[in-house]
Write a protein that binds this ligand. Structure first.
Ligand SMILES: Cc1cc2nc3c(=O)[nH]c(=O)nc-3n(C[C@H](O)[C@H](O)[C@H](O)COP(=O)(O)O)c2cc1C
Length: 351
């Protein structure tokens, strides 16, 4: 058994567990990141923020990123294609208190790739290396890069590009071994992760299809990766993080599910405002209440409600015992200082 409660380092930054919560556009809001830390993630990552915002501040955006005290260690992810504006954005990320600046070289969404950012950089290793080197020269915090295997199915470009990025100054790499063309279909091919580990002397994080302790153990043993990253499995299910770092596999009670969801709703309303939060949150109702936890019509009732206050009322009516838990959790979670990063969260996300 590999112990995931071991600390590891990215440059000088100590990451307390070998579990990283994935950056997910439209998901990784502050409530998600803070919850991830509480349930055992050693490192959390913001969804990608756009460097284009530096030049034209009119990009359609979900808002600005807020960073709270209890998120650290935190990576803030940038996407872009111009080394100079990315370096400027990286300085802002550092000033906002991020522990790592993470670069998105994996996003397969056309709106991003057509600007030369995201996964397209795997086809342009010179530019990719120039970006890393500009950023490593601009900030003191370590630079990490998140890659896909390549653009097209079967590509092994990550094995060529990854070492170049390390030479250019990357302190760690995360590999999601699917091609951009695959999007999320097929399986993540962690044989490539093992190859990448053998080619570089910085920590590699394995991302893709890790949804249980058994799977995390198997991927770590097979690849020699420093850590596993968990994305979709943690949507509405922070309990899986607890299990993966070494706890028991257990189904949360209805009260626990409602308490976590209510906290999530409250915090997201604080972050995004009621109007944006109420539509943003709808997908989370299905994620939390599904998995056989509540009858399906209950979720359908919630998604048609206009106000999050009404959602909260119905949730608590369905599990009144949750109130006590919510009070306890709110008293335990520090309210802490916050910093706002003046770069837009892109609505075009993905990776
Ligand atoms: C909805 C969604 C949004 C994502 N957004 C990002 C992103 O902004 N940046 C990024 O590097 N990866 C992004 N990803 C990719 C994930 O970080 C992760 O690499 C991928 O989902 C595979 O891991 P999983 O099988 O654990 O979900 C996204 C994935 C999903 C499902």
């Amino acid at each position: 058994m590999i112990d995931l409660r071991q600390a590891w380092l990215v440059g000088p930054v100590e990451i307390p567990t070998r579990l990283v919560l994935a950056p997910m556009a439209g998901v990784s809001v502050q409530a998600f990141r803070r919850q991830g830390r509480r349930f055992g993630a050693g490192l959390v990552c913001s969804e990608m923020v756009s460097c284009a915002g530096i030049e034209h501040r009119n990009e359609r955006t979900l808002g600005y990123l807020r960073v709270a005290d209890d998120e650290h260690p935190l990576a803030i992810q940038l996407f872009g294609s111009d080394p100079d504006s990315m370096a400027e954005a990286a300085r802002m990320v550092e000033a906002a208190g991020a522990d790592l600046v993470d670069l998105n070289f994996g996003c397969p969404v056309r709106k991003v790739t057509k600007t030369g950012a995201g996964a397209t950089l795997l086809d342009d290793p010179d530019r990719a290396a120039r970006i890393v080197s500009a950023i490593a020269g601009a900030v003191d915090i370590p630079v990490s890069v998140k890659l896909r295997r390549g653009l097209r199915n079967g590509s092994r470009d990550c094995l060529r590009v990854g070492p170049l990025l390390v030479d250019a100054g990357a302190s760690s790499l995360t590999l999601h071994p699917r091609s951009a063309q695959q999007m999320y279909t097929g399986a993540a091919d962690h044989a490539l992760t093992a190859e990448l580990v053998s080619l570089v002397d910085v920590p590699v994080v394995a991302s893709g299809d890790i949804d249980s302790r058994a799977r995390a153990q198997a991927v770590l043993a097979r690849t020699g990766a420093a850590a596993v990253m968990v994305g979709r499995a943690a949507q509405g299910n922070p309990w899986v993080l607890e299990e993966i770092v070494g706890g028991d596999r257990r189904e949360p009670s209805r009260e626990e599910v409602v308490a976590e969801l209510v906290l999530f709703v409250r915090e997201t309303v604080r972050e995004l405002g009621e109007r944006r939060a109420s539509s943003f949150l709808k997908k989370f109702y299905g994620w939390y209440l599904g998995r056989g936890r509540f009858p399906r019509p209950f979720k359908q009732e919630l998604v048609v409600l206009d106000s999050t206050e009404e959602v909260e009322r119905r949730l608590i009516a369905a599990a009144p015992g949750a109130l006590e838990l919510i009070e306890r959790l709110e008293s335990e979670i520090p309210s802490g200082d916050e910093v706002t990063l003046e770069l837009p969260i892109s609505i075009y996300g993905g990776g």
